[in-house]
Design a binder for this molecule. Structure first.
Ligand code: 5GP
Ligand code: ZN
Length: 113
């Protein structure tokens, strides 16, 4: 847990550009944005991936989507957006702290590659 990049970002030990924060979640600008608007939203509890969601921690996922709606209003994303969770190696997850990408301000292809 001490080695977790996103735990360090949450604690402010690694700088980030804050987009939104509350008691449960932190959202910051992705360092390598894949769209003109690209936020990474993380729970303030260390959960490794979607594979580790349980009845004990699933409330954090609800809080993530409450934050999505708040960020949408805050950033005027009324034209739409995509929320993405990458899980595990084949899913393209590169940081072992569950996170949701919020991508907006361009037409996003479907299906994704
Ligand atoms: P994943 O590939 O695991 O789904 O997403 C990890 C995301 O974290 C990537 O989009 C990557 O650009 C972003 N990221 C990795 N390291 C940092 C960092 O130090 N700061 C910020 N702001 N984003 C990071
Ligand atoms: Zn962590």
């Amino acid at each position: 847990m001490n080695d977790c990049l996103f735990c360090k970002i949450i604690k402010g030990e690694i700088p980030s550009t804050k987009i939104y924060e509350n008691e449960f979640v932190y959202a910051f600008a992705d360092i390598a944005p894949q769209a003109p608007f690209h936020a990474v939203i993380v729970p303030k509890e260390h959960i490794k991936s979607a594979d580790e969601i349980t009845t004990d921690n699933s409330h954090y996922i609800a809080k993530i989507f409450e934050a999505v709606a708040e960020i949408s209003k805050q950033e005027n994303l009324e034209n739409g957006y995509r929320v993405v969770n990458n899980c595990g190696e084949d899913g393209g997850q590169t940081v072992g702290h569950i996170h949701f990408h919020l991508l907006a301000r361009r037409n996003l292809a479907w299906p994704p590659g």
